[in-house]
Design a protein. Sequence first.
Length: 396
Amino acid sequence: MKALSLPLACLAAISILPVARAVYAPIPLQEQGKALTFSIEAGEHYDSNIFGANTAPTSSFITEVKPRIDGNYSLADQTFLSGYYELQYQYFENRPGDKNIFNNRLGLELDHTFTEALFLSLADDLAFIENPQSAIITGAPLQTDQSYISNFLDFAVTWQATQTIAIVNKYFNGYWDYDDSLLATQLDRMEHLYGLEVDYDYLPEWTIVGEYRFQYNDYRNNVVPKDNHSNFLLAGFDYQTTEQLSILARVGVDFRDRDAASNETSPYGELTAVYQYAERSFVSAAFTYGIFETTDTNQFLDSEDAIFVLNTESYVTDFIVLSGALTYQYSTLQGRPGNGIGDAIEKTTRFGAGVSYLPTPNWAVILTYDYDFVNSEVYTRNQVRNRVGVSGRYTF
């Protein structure tokens, strides 16, 4: 399933909010344990609403070619480096302007063990996107150029202070830079998110967690003041009953300070459960409630969201894999003082399903379907979108 790029949330691991995405193409066995892996995927897709318009949508058939390279290296006994580069070329049969679209993604991850009690994890993802996975919804007029540059940096240092107590320092940095001037004015920003977490292993299967987070959203264009920062106080637990089941919960308070309006104190919560019912099959569910950034910063301060996500993947046989994803998001867009609109309710439903056929360790044939439906009290934010596609992938 294609994923909406905003809103973003601060989760326990300090990362981007996990929106629903069906795992259409399971990682082939031949990619595991190799230093360097190449793959190329090609296919044909149909998109009923390529720009995410609320009226008169533009539809198109899309031809796609996607080469990718993955690397995994042990730099030393205590240091492991992995990375990837992916180029996505798309040709649109019906698209105003440029019909040849390119997306580029580059990612690196470094893990290092200083001692048995001190561990470092660093990950960075850089993207140059001309065709986003899901159209930005900012209201009229519709932007047909939604390209942007983004970079996401995750950093964590874990110190096992005693046999039962661990201290984790975490930092996330997100950067967004849009090409279109209207989108840039509204959405260009840098997000800083720092977290300090203390874990106490109460029982082998129970870990009690206390956490503080500080988040700062720094918008590059503040003609309408949009910067804000939050202090989070959270408590919760990690619970793993067996190797198959794990549960994570965090609840607490978000003390939000806005540049352009009164401050707000709001509850915040996360609940995630993952159940692996077979060796390569799982189902996961997540619920998040909190205040996040919105895609119309001129009209709204932010968005108070309740988000439910369900994902599943099942190996029916060694050759056939079924996958699915469902997201339901209930949002209250909090009106900017003087916008003449006030608050607005918005309900977003996204569904994705996929079937993968793996005839050999090197080949995969993938059939996908996606459905997006946005029902908003702001008429220009409504959206209906259907996508269906078939592709083949070869890995060597």
